[in-house]
Design a protein around this ligand. Structure first.
Ligand SMILES: [Zn+2]
Length: 391
């Protein structure tokens, strides 16, 4: 294996010049054979998860901050949870990718001042509320004002800790590093939109995903006590977090209302990648610290309780976990985007270690700034290509 490293994230391709397929909002209500119900789901931590509770922030004299894991008080005890909004974001993102939907949330610029990179979402701009892409039909339209979804057909509950416990100590998370926008190739890669608006170059927007990196051991051993080589690592630029360790489990519900069987299948696919099995290595990333290996989770459906309305009455069906993905997959494994997703969502210890995930340092940027080196895309990385180490 060549020496080198991998940037913490990469991009799944999007054809921004192709408009998503849209349906008029009116046509998405009153679907024939609509189903409603609830998916009882479980999150299994494959690496530690960090969901910092802002209300528990403690600040030291040098500016270093520490946070407890998110919780509410239940019967005088702390009940730890992952907010439903975080889970929703992760599932929607995969759903948008697989269905080639619009970008519901997208920062159109990154970087500061002159180094700012501008992106164009082209035809994939967020839906207008009348004609809806597949993601907006199911998840609703995100209101720019308050980040709430309008017209959503699904509701996702908070996920409460049901197995294991959060750490009784805090881990000082390795400084995340700052992506350096002066090396544009690393972030926007090769394709640039031909069109120039207001004298600015626009780069094609793409969908960002983090590699699983499983460098949890390193985080724990070196940073558990906030010490490295007997020197404090508690600085202003990093934080100490209470984590939910590997193998902890959280359960939650996804309520769906009046959707088609096909939408239900696609939703389940975005939850479990059509592998409804705890040992499946197709995993999501959730919460804080994604660049340093935190937040790898497998989500499975424990039970699908489906209500079907026919002849003026509701019939309830319980589909058990092993039968949830019985039928054929809604998204082909040969689909270009699905292939890329499967590569970057693969949680596999030896592959993840071989990635040697980290942000490039200052020295690296100095050396490569003017260089015309091609940045590896998802397929290149999966085939073993790494960025050369210089620092
Ligand atoms: Zn949309």
């Amino acid at each position: 294996m060549a020496k080198g490293f991998t940037n913490p994230y990469n991009f799944v391709d999007v054809d921004v010049l192709k408009a998503p397929e849209k349906k008029n909002k009116k046509d998405t209500v009153g679907i024939n054979n609509a189903v409603s119900g609830v998916l009882h789901c479980k999150i299994i931590a494959k690496t530690s998860i960090a969901i910092p509770d802002a209300e528990t922030e403690k600040k030291e004299s040098n500016g270093h901050k520490s946070y407890d894991f998110m919780s509410i008080s239940k019967n005088g005890k702390k009940a730890f949870f992952i907010p439903g909004s975080s889970i929703r974001g992760v599932i929607r993102s995969v759903f948008e990718t697989a269905t080639d939907s619009c970008f519901s949330i997208f920062n159109e610029t990154s970087g500061k001042g002159k180094k700012r990179i501008k992106y164009s979402v082209g035809e994939k701009a967020c839906c207008d509320g009348i004609d809806l892409c597949e993601a907006c039909s199911l998840f609703g339209i995100i209101s720019k004002k308050d980040n709430n979804a309008i017209g959503s057909k699904i509701r996702i509950s908070d996920a409460f800790l049901t197995k294991g416990n959060v750490d009784d100590f805090k881990t000082t998370v390795v400084p995340l590093g700052t992506p350096n926008s002066s090396y544009k190739k690393l972030y926007v890669m090769k394709e640039e939109i031909e069109e120039k608006k207001d004298n600015n170059h626009y780069y094609k927007a793409r969908r960002k995903y983090y590699w699983h990196s499983d460098n949890n051991k390193q985080i724990y051993n070196n940073w558990k006590n906030g010490l490295k080589n007997n020197k404090s690592v508690k600085q202003k630029v990093n934080a100490s977090l209470q984590l939910a360790p590997k193998n902890t489990e959280f359960t939650f519900n996804i309520f769906y209302d009046n959707i088609s069987e096909e939408q239900l299948k696609q939703l389940i696919w975005a939850v479990n990648f059509w592998e409804n099995n705890e040992n499946s290595n197709l995993c999501h990333k959730i919460g804080h610290g994604k660049p340093v290996g935190l937040g790898s989770v497998k989500i499975i459906v424990l039970e699908n309780v489906k209500r079907v309305f026919s002849s003026n009455e509701y019939k309830e069906y319980v589909i058990t976990s092993e039968k949830v993905c019985d039928s054929s997959t809604p998204f082909s494994k040969n689909n270009k985007v699905v292939k890329q997703l499967f590569k970057i969502c693969k949680f596999d210890t030896s592959f993840n270690q071989s990635l040697n995930v980290r942000y490039p340092g200052v020295k690296w940027f100095k050396n490569y700034k003017k260089d015309d080196m091609k940045t590896p895309d998802i397929n290149d990385v999966a085939n073993g290509q790494r960025l050369p180490s210089l620092d």
